[in-house]
Design a protein around this ligand. Sequence first.
Ligand SMILES: NC(=O)C1=CN([C@@H]2O[C@H](COP(=O)(O)OP(=O)(O)OC[C@H]3O[C@@H](n4cnc5c(N)ncnc54)[C@H](O)[C@@H]3O)[C@@H](O)[C@H]2O)C=CC1
Ligand SMILES: O=C([O-])CC(=O)C(=O)O
Length: 320
Amino acid sequence: MARKKIALIGAGNIGGTLAHLAASKELGDVVLFDVVEGVPQGKALDLAHCAPVEGFDVELKGTNDYSDIAGADVIIVTAGVARKPGMSRDDLLGINLKVMKAVGEGIAANAPNAFVICITNPLDAMVWALREFSGLPHHMVVGMAGVLDSARFRHFLADEFKVSVQDVTAFVLGGHGDTMVPVVEYSTVAGIPIPDLIEMGWSTKERIDAIVQRTRSGGGEIVALLKTGSAYYAPATSGIEMAEAYLKDKKRVLPAAVNLTSQYGVSDLYVGVPVVIGAGGVEKIVEIKLNDEAKANFQVSVDAVKELLVACKNIDGSLA
Ligand SMILES: NC(=O)C1=CN([C@@H]2O[C@H](COP(=O)(O)OP(=O)(O)OC[C@H]3O[C@@H](n4cnc5c(N)ncnc54)[C@H](O)[C@@H]3O)[C@@H](O)[C@H]2O)C=CC1
Ligand SMILES: O=C([O-])CC(=O)C(=O)O
């Protein structure tokens, strides 16, 4: 059986980490694309030298030519700029919107049948714009943020409860910004909801509120520490989890930014909600019941994403 093909658009910090993970998991042959000459080629060669040590058999190719992504099964987009201390993700919108136009056109011309995972920030607006520029079907274009935000929430909760991260489930919904919505009621330890654990004396509402806040600003905490850019290990492994769900038809239930068509009372907007990802791309949008507080917070987040789409349309008239 021929190997699958994974194209990574952007060979920076996340792109390089994605390439390593995809190769070491033998998800398929890997093409690393970037506009900077030499960087994708150098990273691909360096990673190919890992193969004899790690024992993976896949081809790794670096390129500056879009025609090399032809036939890709999965494309993960990290092209663009990352924020530095003092910036918000939204400050990246102007530059990264132009990048999404070039990337969308490159995908449309060379790999229109791929399942596309966008990671570039500000995520919800960029995945929407990438879909518009590429013209691919909505169910084949998703944004990665919820898996990462939920992983951060799970890490902090496992630390609080002194239990394995494996036994902690959590959902973070909404846009990938300060307004994201970690849903405490649907977060559990081995199926026991957090509110019950508070009643059982495992933690307090105040401590969980602080964890929710730390989750919301999790990206910013890392930017402030790194100073030169933003998180990349956890974002990459989160993108790979989504790619694997598609490539292996796993039908994973994962939070992802997808195009809503009336679910949660929202239409024509990409925002984070739980979905089923399998060989059909986004196979189902899961509409969970939210309590009044979560509903109101979700609406605030949706409104923040709407504002970003207005900004995109003002910058690029073809999106209006
Ligand atoms: N959705 C999420 O949860 C997360 C999103 N991000 C975002 O992911 C993006 C990438 O982050 P990093 O890899 O750390 O940044 P990076 O700066 O290390 O890499 C970005 C790469 O994109 C390349 N690039 C720029 N314009 C391009 C174009 N037109 N075509 C192809 N490549 C192009 C650059 O040359 C660079 O190699 C940023 O926008 C960042 O904010 C980062 C972490 C989490
Ligand atoms: O914070 C950033 O700029 C990068 C990002 O989206 C994250 O790590 O969640």
